[in-house]
Design a protein around this ligand. Structure first.
Ligand code: GLY
Length: 463
C-alpha cells in the first residue's frame, strides 16, 4: 500500500474532476469467490479501481463519496470470534479506515441504507461498470441501474497517467516478468512438456510476487492467440511463443512475449519472418512519443509489415494502400498494444473505447485495427504494450480466399507453404516519457534473432 496521503490526494483529485456532478459515488471492493464450496475460495484479487482509491487489499469493503458534502464513508465489518478462530486477530475497520485517510466507517450492511437514501432523495448515484458477478448482483440489489460515464471518464483520465510511485512498481513487475521469461528460455529442451516450463516460470512470480498477471501462453501453436493448453512436447524445428507476465504483490502488472526456436536456431524461413516482426517491434518503439496517436503507430507497423510480406512474395501492391485496405489484419488480427497498470489490460472493465480512444477517435471495423485497445494520442506517464506479431492462421486465410476479401493482393499459392508455420510475436512494456519512451524493467530480454540464438547457445553451455 502507498502512504495514506496518496489515497487522500487521489480521492480529492477525483472529486475535483467531478466538480460539476451531484450525488454520491459508490465503490465496491471485491468479495471472496468460492471455487466450489463456500470455504474454498479462489485466491483473492481485489478490484483495481478500489485499490487505486483505497488500497485496502481485503474482501468485502465498500465506500461512498458524497460529491456535494465531500464526506467519505467506508463500509466493512469487524471480525467476530468465529472469524478470529479461522483467520487470527484482524485490525479493526476503524484503524484500517484511518490508514487510508477516511474518518467515517459503518457496518457493511449500512451501504444499502446509504444508497437507498440517495435514491429516495433522487440524488445521482455514480458507479463504474461491474467487473465481477458479485458486483453485478450487488448493484442490482442496490437499485443502481447503469454506470456513470462521468465517473468512468474521470477515473480513466487519472489512471491512464501513471504516478512516479506507480512507475517504480511497474518497473519492478517488469523485472519480475523478465526473470520469468529468462527461466522459461533456459528451460527449453526438446522433448520437455510445455507445462514443465510453465510451472518453472510461474514459480518465479509466485515466490516473489502475487502470481501471474494473466493466464500464461506458452505454445508451439502461436497462431492460436490465447492457447492455454500446455500439454505439448517440445518438437524440433518449431517456434515456441511465450507470452507471460508477473503481477507484483502491490498488483502492478507486466506482460512480455518472446518467440524461441525450439532447436536453438531459427530455420531460414523462420528467421526471415522473425526479422520482420523484430523490425516492426523496433519501429513501433521508435515512433512512441508524446503527441503521437498509438493508432498511427499501429498503422505504421502495418505498412512496414506489408512491405516485408511483399518482399517475401506473400502480398502484392503498394504497402501504404494495402495497410489502408486492412490487409495487415490477415497476418496480425490483433491490435499493436493495450494500456497496462494495475490490470494487465488496464481498465478495460471500464469500457474499452472510453479507456483506449480519445473522444474524436472511432474504432475501426477492420480486422486487426478493430482490436486495437489503445489508440489515443500518447502523453507522458502512459504505460502501454508494444506487441506486433505475424501469424499464419489456415482457417482465416481460407476464409479470405473464398470471400475474396483481399481483392487480389494476397498470393495464396505462396501462403499455402506457411500453413504449418505457426506465429511469432514480440512484446515489451513501454513508458511514455516527456521526450519519447523507455522500456520498463531491467536489461531487455534478448529480442533480435541473433540475440535470441546467442542467449540460447549460452543457456546450453551453462546447463
Ligand atoms: N499478453 C496477453 C494479452 O495481451 O492478452
Amino acid at each position: 500500500m502507498f502512504p495514506k496521503e496518496t489515497y487522500i490526494r487521489r480521492r480529492a483529485a477525483l472529486r475535483e474532476k467531478l466538480k460539476g456532478e451531484k450525488g454520491i459515488v459508490v465503490f465496491l471492493g471485491n468479495v471472496e469467490a468460492p471455487a466450489q464450496y463456500r470455504d474454498n475460495c479462489y485466491k483473492f484479487r481485489q478490484d483495481s479501481c478500489w485499490l487505486y482509491y483505497f488500497g485496502i487489499d481485503e474482501p468485502r469493503w465498500a465506500a461512498v463519496l458524497d460529491l456535494e458534502s465531500g464526506r467519505e464513508t467506508l463500509y466493512a465489518d469487524d471480525v467476530s470470534i468465529s472469524d478470529i478462530i479461522w483467520m487470527g486477530p484482524q485490525p479493526s475497520v476503524r484503524s484500517v479506515a484511518e490508514s487510508v485517510g477516511v474518518a467515517q466507517s459503518e457496518p457493511y450492511c449500512k451501504l444499502d441504507w446509504a444508497v437507498s437514501q440517495a435514491l429516495v432523495q433522487r440524488r445521482p448515484v455514480h458507479t463504474v461498470p461491474a467487473s465481477r458477478y458479485y458486483q453485478t448482483l450487488k448493484l442490482q440489489s442496490l437499485g443502481i441501474e447503469k454506470p456513470s460515464e462521468a465517473l468512468v471518464r474521470a477515473i480513466v483520465s487519472m489512471r491512464l497517467v501513471k504516478e512516479p510511485e506507480e512507475i517504480e512498481l511497474l518497473d519492478a513487475a517488469a523485472r519480475l516478468g523478465q526473470k520469468m521469461h529468462t527461466v522459461a528460455r533456459r528451460g527449453i529442451r526438446l522433448g520437455r512438456r510445455e507445462q514443465e516450463i510453465v510451472g518453472e516460470m510461474e514459480g518465479v512470480t509466485l515466490s516473489e510476487g502475487w502470481g501471474v498477471s494473466f493466464a500464461t501462453i506458452l505454445t508451439q501453436h502461436g497462431e492460436i492467440f490465447h492457447n492455454h493448453g500446455h500439454g505439448g512436447l517440445l518438437e524440433p524445428g518449431r517456434l515456441l511463443v511465450v507470452d507471460a507476465g508477473a503481477e507484483s504483490n502491490e498488483h502492478y502488472a507486466s506482460d512480455f512475449t518472446r518467440t524461441y526456436p525450439t532447436s536453438g536456431r531459427y530455420t531460414p524461413r523462420q528467421r526471415a519472418v522473425y526479422q520482420l516482426v523484430y523490425d516492426c517491434h523496433e519501429l513501433a518503439f521508435s515512433l512512441t512519443r508524446p503527441g503521437t496517436a498509438y493508432r498511427d503507430v499501429h498503422l505504421a507497423v502495418a505498412e512496414r509489415m506489408l512491405l516485408g510480406l511483399k518482399d517475401l512474395g506473400l502480398v502484392q501492391g503498394d504497402p501504404a494502400e494495402l495497410a489502408a485496405a486492412g490487409i495487415a489484419g490477415l497476418f496480425m488480427p490483433h491490435g499493436l498494444g493495450h494500456n497496462m497498470g494495475l490490470d494487465v489490460h488496464d481498465m478495460e472493465d471500464l469500457g474499452e473505447d472510453l479507456v483506449g480512444y480519445d473522444p474524436d477517435q472511432t474504432r475501426s471495423p477492420q480486422l486487426g485495427l478493430g482490436s486495437l485497445r489503445m489508440a489515443r494520442r500518447l502523453v507522458p506517464g502512459n504505460v502501454i504494450t508494444d506487441e506486433p506479431g505475424i501469424y499464419f492462421i489456415p482457417a482465416l486465410i481460407e476464409q479470405w480466399k473464398v470471400e475474396g476479401k483481399d481483392k487480389g493482393c494476397v498470393n495464396y499459392g505462396k501462403l499455402a507453404e506457411y500453413y504449418d508455420f505457426g506465429g511469432i510475436r514480440l512484446e515489451d512494456d513501454v513508458l511514455v516519457t516527456p521526450d519519447g519512451a523507455r522500456r520498463l524493467g531491467g536489461e531487455r530480454l534478448p529480442a533480435s534473432p541473433d540475440e535470441v540464438e546467442a542467449a540460447m547457445a549460452a543457456d546450453k553451455e551453462n546447463k
